[in-house]
Design a protein around this ligand. Sequence first.
Ligand code: SF4
Length: 654
Amino acid sequence: MGHATMGKIMWVDLGRGTIAIEPIPDRLYEQVLSGVGLAAHLLYDRIPAGADPLGPDNILGFVSGLLTGTGSLFTGRWMVTGKSPLTGGWGDANCGGNFSPAIKRCGVDGIFFTGVSPRPVYFWADKGQVELRDAGDLWGCDTLETEKRLQQKDGRHMRVACIGPAGENRSLIAGVANDGGRMAARAGLGAVMGAKRLKAVVLGGGQRIPVHDREAVKTLSRQCNETVQFAPPFMNGMMMAYAGSLMRMLPVQMAFDGMLYKLMLDKYGTASLNQIMVEVGDTPIKNWRGSNEDFDRDRSVNLSPEVFTDPMVVKYHCYSCPLGCGGLMAKKSPWPGAHKPEYESVMALGGLLMNDDADSIYQLNDMLNRAGMDTISAGGTVAFAMECYEKGILTRAETDGLELTWGNSAAILALVDKMIRREGIGDLLADGSRTAARKIGGDADRLAMHAGGQELGMHDGRYDPGFALHYSVEPTPGRHTIGSQLYYEMFRLWEKMPDLPDVGLLYTKGSKYDVDDEKIAAAAACSRFMNVLNGTGTCLFGALLGVERLPLFEWLDAATGWNRSPADYMAMGERIQNFKQAFNIKHGVEPKSFQANPRTFGRPPQTAGANAGRSVAIEDLMRAYWRHFGWDPDTGKPGEAVLNRWGIKTKPGV
Ligand code: SF4
């Protein structure tokens, strides 16, 4: 067995009730790392073309990261993987918490579920024992209650990943939760878990994770931690909002440094973005139709970083994280022990709906985390319904009497409750905006802000065209966690790979919209790098510190003994990208069909606000990105020669 990996995976056939171990050769880890890379390799081969995502042929994988448990920092992310019922293509969702090391402590790098159980079950593993156990009494429980009951029964040391009612109801925007409602939310994989009647995965373990040079890993971690602990006094939320206004007015943009973002995260978590991103034009407002002028500072102040920080009494750290950007709510709060809402949730349930009622956002966040439903997709779908209501596409009779006017927080609460319970109008909306629009018909599809069925993250491609490109071009569309011009600036990959473009300190705002080789090289580097992060279990926020401060490549060498260059690791990231794209082609997904709703990239351009007049040449960007990877620039399909170069066998249709 090599180092940093456990050298095997587990297969659980829920239909037959059998459990088996499969060894993984070292050379495979050296090609695709672990985590998402290992899962993409396996599931590309083993999920048959055309498999029903909610049927027995889909395979649901829970994978840990290659660096998880090695002593490296920020490496506690786990991923759930499978064929997405939301997009019809490759699906993965990523989450922090403490579940990732538990997978490896059970002696495997991943646990893969096939088939469909005849009755609700949960998977249990501890101290070398594994079992499928009856979950009849847990079916119907929310995610927090499920975790609590399982830990009461099986021990406080057990780590639980589970679904709530949304997954049980096969809502296509359901996710998987761990650690009290932290969600692997995207791609609808909670619905796959519900369809398999798998309520939870409960892991203890105790196995030691092998490391090539533990001292070298520790030394790197110590240096990284010194950087993270640097925390001078920092500005408050209102000052950040004014800074955002100033940034909006300047004709030039200063490249953003990850240390600044670290200071923001340290003080407020992701809530630090709440006002500043509205001001600069990064936050989509009013179903992507409004702007910072509609949700101005007088309104956004009601969702300021302070408003989403005060109730936090306990700073929350994921496993191996020295930063701790999360927060658990005070015992005296109405939602004791719940995770405080993150920026994405605040804005999907706030600015996107013109809702500045912070209490309602706390409540919605708690409801959705308990239900196991994606807050971004839920907010995006409610925004779609509100615009349908405004335009008379949905009438009051069709909304069960709910007055779906912008900012009506009581109606939003009632609607989300219905979506969770699949009741009335909620049943129509529980599968996301694309499915709802198709059922409604007519013009409704024009109002659904998705890419390939996935509601977009709360970052506006008209402000940062990098987001627009990645939303439309990735094998997992609509995701804000892969790449953008901002992320590229902060990753600072050129410091380790001088061939990559250095963005410099200042640039004109207009240049962000150019389609040139440097932009494409940067976007492709983000895709490759994120695959390395998701293969190693590394948190994006850690990576935003920059590769000099977060020594990812050095940790990899120290933990594995592979002694590879950063470019070699990036090549592994590119192989993973090819596996994911080939997966989509095998399952009949046309990459072009993932192009996001035109409104989201400025077609037509807005006439007011921070992004007025901005439009992204999305087709040119997509063609150039595909060409960069050697894929057909017209279709986005990797040809046989390209796939063979990466050691990927072609399949029928690919
Ligand atoms: S930075 Fe935040 S999300 Fe990332 S590992 Fe740390 S606590 Fe978790």
